[in-house]
Design a binder for this molecule. Structure first.
Ligand code: OAD
Length: 263
């Protein structure tokens, strides 16, 4: 997969996917839009998803061995190294047309929130600013005992680096299984889900809660909900629109349909 810096407004792929007219109109007139993204939006940037059968992280690695507090307590160096590998992978990735399309939507909509489960920072790299990171950010590191974030650290060979304040191990600033989501971020996300007129659900298997509950919350409060995903998810039968394709194609087409370029 080739990382791309194509802006969706100029993207030649924008007409490659048929967008329902009513959805394009709904987006054009909406004053309050929320978007929920998952790993799928970064797949076209070369960042592996978690649950895709052949290519997903969890097809190759056991989450219980790598992404829980117990795993870190048991084998801190292995967990640290796995995240260091992913940090490098993400640092080498660039946003794709799907990320740029969401940044373009943000520029058009007065009340907008991008809620992401991703930790890769690619939305911000594409220009998104009104964003909530529900699962943290892999570029950040924090004290495992709670002293807070650390900007620089020195890697040692045998164990993770230590907190300069208390001497505990440092760990990635991401949410692990069995951990709480950051409270303020979750409250902002839930408020946006309840208040929005339209929610786009992009590139998530909708299997991990509480994020997976946000589309149903939006719909129960009267929003139109549209999914962008090449594969079916548990949401697909319970929402208003299913756009069955990769987000790097579908989202630029959606932007072009909602705000057609002037001739
Ligand atoms: P998953 O790996 O569970 O799901 C990725 C989704 O992206 C699948 O539904 C794919 O069909 C879809 N997909 C693949 N390629 C795509 C493309 N080009 N365009 C659009 N969609 C595409 O990832 P998440 O739903 O993000 O949590 O997983 C949620 C959480 O589970 C993650 O944040 C992570 C993981 O364990 C933690 O680490 C806490």
């Amino acid at each position: 997969m080739v990382p791309s810096r194509v802006d969706p407004d100029q993207s030649a792929s924008a007409s490659a996917f048929a967008i329902p007219e009513a959805l394009a109109l709904r987006l054009r007139v909406a004053r309050r839009v929320a978007v929920l993204t998952g790993a799928g939006i970064s797949a076209e940037s070369g960042v592996p998803t978690f649950r895709d059968a052949q290519t997903g992280m969890w097809a190759r690695f056991d989450p219980l061995e790598l992404a829980t507090p117990a795993a870190f307590a048991r084998q801190p160096r292995i967990v640290w190294d796995w995240y260091a590998w992913r940090r490098e992978l993400v640092a080498a990735a660039a946003p794709n047309p799907g990320h740029y399309a969401l940044a373009a939507i943000e520029r058009h909509v007065p009340d907008f929130l991008l809620i992401t489960q991703n930790v890769d920072g690619l939305h911000q790299a594409a220009g998104s600013t009104r964003i909530v990171e529900l699962h943290g950010n892999i570029a950040r590191v924090k004290c495992a005992r709670g002293c807070g974030g650390v900007d620089t650290w020195e890697d040692a060979a045998s164990e993770p680096p230590r907190c300069p304040r208390c001497g505990a191990f440092l760990r990635p600033d991401v949410v692990w299984f069995e951990e709480m989501l950051p409270v303020d971020e979750l409250l902002r996300a839930e408020r946006a889900a309840r208040d929005c007129e339209l929610m786009l659900v992009v590139g998530t298997s909708a299997e991990v809660h509480p994020a997976a509950a946000l589309p149903a919350m939006a719909r129960a409060c009267g929003a139109t909900v549209a999914e962008v995903n090449p594969s079916a998810t548990p949401l697909s039968d319970r929402i208003d629109y299913v756009l069955r394709g990769p987000s790097g194609i579908v989202l630029p087409a959606l932007v072009a349909a909602a705000w057609p370029p002037a001739i």
